[in-house]
Write a protein that binds this ligand. Structure first.
Ligand code: G3H
Ligand code: 13P
Ligand code: ZN
Length: 326
């Protein structure tokens, strides 16, 4: 991509002020993943209607799917649509799980206001080196950077980990200091995707390691912490998917009470992708099952977008506490 675009030209903001307010107000900013128009519209409308600041996030592969240039204009469209709906909510565009300096740079150059460099699968030293390289480029352009320490279980986009390696609190200070990151993703037992835990019958979801979070908070007081893999995998949506021909066995997420507790702590950003996918898929399956003659995409993507809007409003209002903060 040749032409450079600064995120401010698109009407976006970085995450600095959002995180400061979330820390002081003891709530978390929602970071919703998207890769197409209906998802983006659903996220923006849901956040406008609940008056919530929002981080729109895309993985490297989602950006490829949407097309990098197209995505830039989608983001600008999202900002304009929010204003047109009468709400000037702060909107950030964030690269989720960036794995190279080149990808982070390309995003910054095409209008992202925030990027993640996920070097958690590298050695501690290499993670610091790579993250710091991104921070140097980003900060010159007033773009914020998220780093990660500790590895989550589950399947991420082009990032896989068989087991969860909890963050080591004793590494956090040095990492934050040497990299200059603006926020830090940590591993305290969350996991990506819709199958977060392998539970035996009758077994409860293991609680998140709040002891690790508290130890991290002590090391870097007031520093914004990020929680990945934080979908709650709503049983109603899983049930609906299975009722209408899907096959999602033993799908399980993070209990909402634990997310509420996290949102009131130093956790300032909570990442949600799977819950949106599930909400949309459930509605689309129902429509396909009940109206097999339907072939107008608006007739199934429209209701799917409505389901996403409801999910997002509910999440902002009752779990993250971000509703009414914009
Ligand atoms: O944490 C990762 C996101 O859920 C990535 O999703 O790469 O399939 O877009 P995606
Ligand atoms: P979920 O799969 O739990 O929605 O996590 C999404 C995420 O962490 C994106 O980075
Ligand atoms: Zn993630």
């Amino acid at each position: 991509m040749t032409q450079q675009t600064a995120y401010k030209e698109l009407g976006l903001v970085n995450t600095k002020a959002m995180f400061k307010q979330a820390m002081e107000g003891r709530y978390a900013i929602p970071a919703y993943n998207f890769s197409n128009m209906e998802q983006l519209q659903g996220i923006v409308i849901g956040c406008v209607e609940s008056r919530s600041p929002v981080i729109l996030q895309v993985s490297g592969s989602a950006r490829k799917y949407a097309d990098a240039i197209f995505l830039k204009f989608m983001a600008m469209g999202a900002v304009r649509m929010a204003k047109d709906l009468g709400a000037d909510i702060p909107i950030a565009l964030h690269l989720d799980h960036g794995d190279t300096f080149e990808l982070a740079k390309s995003c910054i150059d095409s209008g992202f206001s925030s990027v993640m460099l996920d070097g958690s699968h590298h050695s501690f030293e290499e993670n610091i080196r790579l993250t710091n390289q991104v921070v140097a480029y980003a900060h010159e352009r007033d773009v914020t950077v998220e780093g990660e320490l500790g590895v989550l279980a589950g399947v991420e986009d082009e990032v896989t980990a068989e087991v969860s390696h909890y963050t080591k609190p004793e590494e956090v200070e040095e990492f934050v200091e040497k990299t200059g990151v603006d926020s830090l993703a940590i591993s305290i037992g969350t996991s990506h995707g819709a199958h977060k835990f392998k539970l035996k019958p009758g077994e409860a979801v293991p609680p998140l390691r709040f002891d690790i979070l508290e130890a991290v908070e002590k090391r870097v007081p007031g520093f914004p912490i990020v929680l990945h893999g934080a979908s709650s995998v709503t049983p109603e949506h899983v049930e609906m998917i299975n009722r209408y021909g899907g096959k999602l066995e033993s799908a399980v997420g993070i209990p909402v009470e634990q997310l509420r507790r996290a949102a009131q702590s130093a956790v300032c950003k909570i990442n949600i992708d799977s819950d949106g996918r599930l909400a949309m898929t459930a509605v689309i399956r129902k429509i396909f099952a009940e109206k097999p003659g339907e072939f107008d995409p608006r007739k199934y993507l429209g209701p799917a977008r409505d389901a996403l809007i409801s999910m997002i409003k509910h999440k902002n209002e009752t779990v993250l506490g971000s509703a009414g903060k914009a």
